[in-house]
Write a protein that binds this ligand. Structure first.
Ligand SMILES: Cc1ncc(COP(=O)(O)O)c(C=O)c1O
Length: 409
């Protein structure tokens, strides 16, 4: 199989496969040399702490593994990007990714696990198209921020969507007591956004649908796999991968099988038809192979870390350090979100002296802490501290916050 040799300078890798007489005979005009990757420790010290909301940071371990396997995936002589999505190698990749995700979240056989395209935004349409068999069916939306608002507005095109609560008057800083929200009788589903990425509001408990035939649906894009979740309480969960579990390009949908029995509305585009996608095991058309492969590496890493219970413990600690720094700043930094529903993933805050925010963000970037600007719709600062953000990144940020405050009282 292909192997590598290193020159005395240690700078080149030469694939034996590329030196084979067969290939030489064909006089391929390709370079068979590549720069050897620097050691992990060197890369690690050069990497920034990336507080982006998504696409977001990935575990270095995963990136290095992907780099190692990029050119020649496990002896196949080609990269994941070049191989058939129906071949045995990719079949192994997608099956392993699914089975690892099932074990991480304890997903039973009653559910299909799909790796789709179009981002979470596509599911804003796919959910009502699949769960409401007619545009006259009712569906309830609890609107706790910009993302659930977008989901609700999209659903209005495909069903009788009803916003049964909105946090807009309070600038999306709270979630009401769930038992006080009046649900619509006969609604097909109750939709929530489990974690509002822009506003930093996270459900700590989930609402229970009022009727047995109503199912709970959650957009978990920004807290997917950040903690254990009892999947059996949901009819459908969807999540764009690019925050906690992979690169952009793949959206994970976990859906109870009895909800996708060919009942999608007739106008449903085939790519959004979850029955079709489930029957084709996510391979109705060419899937985002590389993105699915990276998700698989992330799932392996989460399992190695000890599973989602351990991941949740680490995330709670990181979030605690950051919120304590904000609350302990004597009002210099302010997080507007009610304490009980503050996100462990996205921490928005403002500076009492708003004119200093730009300087804060620029200086932080100068010290290797990037992408701290709040979403353009709300401004301020936002630190996204997903699974892959190490505690050291949060510690460096809070040390910087304290220093900045001392320098700009
Ligand atoms: C909670 C949430 N839902 C939906 C989306 C939209 O995701 P996508 O860009 O994958 O369509 C985002 C994107 O940031 C998000 O944070």
């Amino acid at each position: 199989m292909a192997s590598t040799t290193t020159t005395t300078s240690g700078s080149l890798l030469l694939h034996r496969r590329c030196r084979s007489p067969a290939i030489q005979r064909r006089r391929l005009a390709v370079s068979c040399t590549a720069v050897a990757p620097p050691p992990a420790a060197a890369i690690s010290s050069e990497r920034v702490f990336n507080f982006a909301a998504g696409p977001a940071n990935l575990p270095l371990k995963v990136l290095l593994k992907a780099q190692e396997e990029l050119v020649d995936y496990r002896g196949s002589g080609m990269s994941i990007m070049e191989m058939s999505h129906r071949g045995k190698e990719f079949d192994g990749v997608i099956k392993k990714a699914e089975s690892d995700l099932r074990s991480l979240l304890g997903i039973s056989d009653d559910y299909s696990v799909l790796f789709l395209q179009g981002g979470a935004t596509t599911q804003f349409s796919a959910v009502p198209l699949n769960l409401c068999s007619s545009p006259d069916d009712a569906a309830d939306y609890i609107v706790t921020g910009s993302w659930s608002d977008k989901a609700y507005k999209e659903a209005l095109k495909y069903c009788k969507a009803k916003q049964i609560w909105t946090g807009k008057p309070g600038k999306y800083t709270s979630i009401p007591p769930l038992d006080q929200i009046q649900q619509t009788e006969g609604a097909k589903f109750l939709h929530i956004c489990a974690n509002e990425t822009i506003h930093g509001v996270e459900f700590k408990h989930y609402p229970v649908p009022a009727a047995q035939d109503t199912v709970l649906v959650a957009d978990m894009s920004s807290n997917f796999c950040s903690k254990p979740v009892d999947v059996s309480k949901f009819g459908l969960i969807y999540a764009g991968a690019q925050k906690n579990v992979g690169p952009s390009g793949v959206t994970i949908v976990i859906v109870r099988r009895d909800l996708i029995d060919g009942g999608a509305q007739a106008i449903t585009p085939v790519m959004l038809d979850l029955t079709v996608q489930a029957e084709a095991k996510s391979l109705y058309n060419t899937p985002p192979c590389l993105a699915i492969y990276i998700c698989g590496l992330v799932f392996e890493d989460l399992i190695e870390q000890g599973g989602l219970g351990e991941v949740e413990r680490k995330n709670a600690h990181k979030a605690g350090v950051l919120y304590e720094a904000i609350d302990g700043s004597g009002g210099y930094y302010v997080c507007p979100v009610e304490k009980g529903v503050r996100s462990a993933m996205n921490v928005p805050f403002t500076l009492a002296r708003a004119e200093l925010e730009k300087k804060f963000i620029e200086e932080a970037a100068g010290e290797g802490m990037v992408q701290l600007k709040g979403h353009r719709s709300v401004g301020g600062v936002r630190a996204s501290i997903y699974n892959a953000m190490p505690l050291a990144g949060v510690q460096k940020l809070v040390a910087f916050m304290s220093d900045f405050q001392a320098r700009h009282p």
